[in-house]
Design a protein around this ligand. Sequence first.
Ligand SMILES: O=c1ccn([C@@H]2O[C@H](COP(=O)(O)OP(=O)(O)O[C@H]3O[C@H](CO)[C@@H](O)[C@H](O)[C@H]3O)[C@@H](O)[C@H]2O)c(=O)[nH]1
Ligand SMILES: [Mn+2]
Length: 744
Amino acid sequence: MDSLPLHVCHVHKLSILLNRAYLLVHSAALAFLIYYRVSFLFQVPNTRTAPVLPWLLVFASELLLSFIWLLGQAFRWRPVTRTVFPERIPEDDKLPAIDVFICTTDPDKEPTVVVMNTVLSAMALDYPPEKLHVYLSDDGGSPLTFHGIREAWRFARYWLPFCRRYGIKTGCPELYFSALADDIGFGSSEFMIQRQKTKERYEMMKDSITQARERCGQGHTRSNTARDHPSVVEVMQDESNYDTVPVLADKTKMPLLVYVSREKRPTHPHHFKAGALNVLQRVSSIISNSPYILVLDCDMYCNDPTSARKAMCFHLDPKVSNSLAFVQFPQRFHNISKNDIYDSQLRSVFSVQWEGLDGLQGPVLSGTCFYMKRVSLYGSTIDEDMDLEELKRSFGSSDEVIKSVRQIYKPNVINDQLSLQKVTQLPAASCSYETDTKWGKEVGFLYDSVVEDYSTGFRLHCKGWTSVYCDPSRPQFLGNGTTSLNDLLIQGTRWSTGLIDVCFSKFCPLIYGPPRNISILETMCYGELAFTPLYCLPLWCFATIPQLCLLNGIPLYPKVSNSFFVVYVFVFLSAISKHLYEVLLTGGSFRTMQNEQRVWMIKSVTCHLYGSLDSIMKKIGMRESSFMPTNKVDDDERAKLYQVGKFDFQTSNMFLLPMVALVILNTAAFVGGLVRVIFVGDWDKMFVQLFISLYVVFMNLPIIEGMIIRKDKGRIQPSVTQLSVIMSILFLFLGSIIISIVSY
Ligand SMILES: O=c1ccn([C@@H]2O[C@H](COP(=O)(O)OP(=O)(O)O[C@H]3O[C@H](CO)[C@@H](O)[C@H](O)[C@H]3O)[C@@H](O)[C@H]2O)c(=O)[nH]1
Ligand SMILES: [Mn+2]
């Protein structure tokens, strides 16, 4: 048994071969394309067919696109997948302890019932209960969440024995009791009775949470205390007058459950989720100090109780564990429709890119669903005889924290009343604890960006740590995907801001990475992700400049009869077919590809642009950083639109105007251009530009439908269309004047 491996890695030889062949051929085509553009600049000025300015803009865009494309090829260099054998890990008494961190912040956007389901599912993990400690961080400091966790604790007394006894896989009660669960269980009458009783208990818990919410009144739950409240740390315990005997009279131990609400004051920056995670790290180091940490977003429940054992297949394998910082599972979502018009499942990230990274130095830290080695967050190696003052400069003044770091502190769970009281007044959860320490700079989760996961993972990889991607066929975790355009774009804007924050800082992957312990290919992948928001530049350019020139009769691309025309056709077809190939290989369809391209276009002209602007404004001090949590409340009407594959255009004008205006502009360019070409007869010169306009329109037909055909609530309001028409006319008018000035 000992000699059997805990996991095996499958290298995808065929994909590697195809990917590298594609890389070679496509690069050659791009080289021809660049040659064509450059040689234009060396032509004698008065023999040129077009003015230099638009030509340069298009060329610069092509260069940027090619550059990002090239970086992205690193994801395709060596894709691998892994199989794990959790049944081969050591006996329970030899397993290391795990602390689970769950973060929530806003009970209005993150319904308490959802959060408690995540808590319960984590408690139901198939792991020795005395080695499992669940911490819930409540950044809102909300009495509702506090009430909720008490109710969850009470219900767990019934839920956990039920799950254990009947081997229930779906640890999330809401899903289990809904018709959707795939492990309803066997049908013995005893089981059915227990199931019914547990279900009633669950309904009681839900009712109690709903009632508490009603008492608070909608919308007042987050009150002003969200930004201003003292710290509360409470370890859940049985009430002495425990009402009834648990249904199953099961005396098995329960995992520890701790509520943590760190102190927040308007005078102190709290650094959002990264700040919350760092407080959890300190608090848990005093209470349980487990060597491994599972981080979960509040809506990301455990969908398979064995994920911890699967992660241990890597963490306990002496061949990989030394340098292994974390085991990342994909984020999967339970509310994805078959059509998935918003690409909410992030297919490319979790099915292509992370597998590619796994064959290099390991996937990017993805915010949630990962098992992390606690010491990897210490920033440097700590040895027992390190100077106390030096440790305090890094980790702050708490003796308990220092002890835990030195691992002198026994990872012994505190369970007597007196010590618990002491724990509730932890300085480690105060808002001023981190002042003049290295928390957030070198220790813990990093504060330099709102994509704390990306930047923390990057710095770990730079130090030579590795990570592993584990993607079993049954999703181990399931969360709430963004299923409305508004949520998608708000989230996308935050991610873009965060990535540009990193991109234009001293930690820019392409500059910071190479001299350190990170491989070149891994650096390229980080670079590709950081540069993603820059897609806004080429996409804005391709959606306006060729169109403007088309209407003014200026050709920017080779004639159909020119041999370089073939190069353009090739680049286009090669890119599309590679994309289609990847989509089909990962279970998608032709429609998936269309959806992804559309979302890419929409995101590029909206959130990538706004995110970049936001980041720049923060740099020059015009804005403060912010973290708008993603909405996790199910809105039936919106969900229905998504389910039937119809866009929900109920979002701010800031997002709508660019999309709509660009589609109108392209329609106008195509129609106007066609009329012009028919009269002038130079279609071979204008063919590519006509095609681009048509392609943009074709890819964005749902927007046209939203403007003209649809009459429901989710359509594009006529006022938005009118404003967009005015903007397009204005652009064409001013653009044409500028073109005529620069032309001659
Ligand atoms: O001040 C804050 C803000 C957020 N959160 C929590 O952070 C988590 C992630 O927030 P969410 O609104 O769900 O953001 P998403 O965009 O859906 O999250 C993705 O992107 C984030 C980075 O922007 C990562 O942290 C997440 O893990 C990743 O799932 C949630 O549990 C929040 O409760 C806090 O605890 N404190
Ligand atoms: Mn989320």
